[in-house]
Design a protein around this ligand. Structure first.
Ligand SMILES: [Zn+2]
Length: 433
């Protein structure tokens, strides 16, 4: 049975109830399947179409984990292989990392499980804020973990104490009594009473079940909670209030609830290196991959025992690796030297580049240095890297090659087009020279 497009059942919803959702996502792929969309374009379609089909369901229902996994496998297959099935070799980056926010090193595709949690927290927020909604009191699709997250994200200010749940809300110095004294919470009988009710004649104490005896830990936790409660005074004139800790205005937002689940992860350098400077999306996507050493260069293919081109096709002297292609190869260095002369980029010293071991190290230490034209240089690096990769592919797969001068001319023309398209930092560098 369906209601407002959602499966409806008196028992717990099973995977079979969500088959129409899986089919709907799979059906979106049919007209897109093929190799004519770039990876950057595909990531855009995954973000804006495949993910949004699911949003309506996950906001309302606790969708089984297997359904989310199936939808994830469709999203992953389309992103990496433009079809509905994919093998491990084609997935260049771990899916967990792909689904992290950009400032944590990911691609910013939504992590469905975490996004579902963030959306479900809205129910708990609405229960507080809009008591007159007809569904309030009928329960919500929230799990215990959702309640824990909600408590961590909110501060409850007790007024008359009528609404705040004594054990469950984070009202005691920003903590929940059940976290202050978990053992006492376990042996308490009435767990859903309000602060007003619990504090009246120390009702909460009378509810502690002491039949099985109390250990030293029980007593310690009891006194700890008791001490905190001694100073609590209710304000009968003022209603209870709640505030969301993660936004400036103190109100719930799905975005903050989603990002909260990534707190504690280290911040990535990708935004200043890749996402913020101006570049075409496909160049940014390539830069994101190559900075993690995830493009299929000969060294990586050889490690897996797969067929590869061996020596670098640009110079035919060294084993091909991402680092060699982009900044160690004499072909690439000649291009960079010519661009340096063209734009007067004195801060670039290609002679020092051989000391860097990875693309990431080179990009961080040689390109992303403090100084003038930092953003312009980031754009230019993405452009040059992309053109070098295309030239490499032309030589490996099609046997076509161009000279250094032709490459430089091509890069200059492309850079000018980027300026017209909106690359402000790059245009101030190019047109000032
Ligand atoms: Zn080379």
């Amino acid at each position: 049975m369906k209601y407002l497009g959602l499966p409806l059942s008196v028992s717990r919803l099973k995977r079979i109830h969500f088959q129409p959702l899986e089919d709907k996502v799979a059906a979106k792929l049919v007209p897109w399947v093929g190799k004519h969309v770039t990876m950057a374009g595909r990531s855009c379609l995954v973000k804006s179409v495949l993910t949004s089909v699911v949003t309506y369901f996950i906001a309302v229902l606790d969708v089984p984990i297997e359904v989310l996994a199936k939808i994830d496998s469709l999203r992953r297959a389309y992103l990496w292989a433009a079809c509905d099935k994919v093998t491990g070799g084609k997935c260049k980056v771990n899916w967990d990392l792909v689904c992290k926010p950009k400032d944590k090193g990911g691609l910013g595709i939504l992590n469905l499980k975490k996004f579902a949690t963030a959306l479900r927290l809205r129910w708990l927020w609405q229960e507080w804020k809009n008591e007159d909604k007809p569904w309030v009191g009928l329960g919500s699709p929230c799990t215990t973990k959702d309640h824990d997250l909600f408590a961590a994200a909110t501060t409850v200010i007790v007024g008359d104490g009528e609404k705040v749940l004594f054990w469950e809300a984070s009202w005691l110095d920003g903590m929940r009594p059940k976290d202050v004294a978990p053992l006492i919470f376990e042996i308490s009988r009435k767990k859903k009473c309000s602060v007003l009710c619990a504090l009246h004649n120390d009702f909460w104490v009378s509810q502690i079940n002491t039949q099985n005896g109390l250990s030293l830990e029980h007593l310690e936790q009891f006194y700890k909670l008791w001490e905190k409660l001694v100073n609590v005074s209710l304000h009968p004139q003022r209603p209870d209030a709640i505030s969301w800790k993660l936004t400036n205005d103190g109100l719930y937002s799905a975005k903050s609830a989603y990002n909260m689940q990534f707190l504690g992860l280290t911040t990535s350098l990708m935004p200043p290196l890749v996402w913020k400077p101006w570049a075409t999306p496909k160049c940014k996507f390539f830069a994101w991959l190559v900075l993690q050493n995830r493009v299929w260069t000969a060294d990586r293919l050889a490690r897996r025992g797969w067929p590869n081109c061996g020596l670098c096709k640009l110079c035919n002297q060294r084993l091909e690796s991402a680092a060699h292609l982009l900044f160690k190869c004499r072909f690439s260095i000649r291009i960079w030297n010519k661009l340096k002369l063209w734009l007067g980029l004195h801060q670039i010293d290609t002679a020092l580049w051989q000391q860097f071991h990875s693309v990431k190290e080179w990009w961080k230490k040689a390109i992303h240095k403090k100084g003038p034209h930092r953003k312009a240089l980031a754009s230019l690096t993405m452009l040059v890297s992309w053109e070098l990769w295309k030239e490499r592919n032309a030589r490996v797969f099609r046997g076509h090659s161009v000279t250094v001068d032709m490459m430089v001319t091509k890069i200059k023309n492309e850079a000018r087009l980027w300026c017209f398209a909106g690359a402000k930092a790059l245009s101030s560098l190019i047109f000032c020279e």
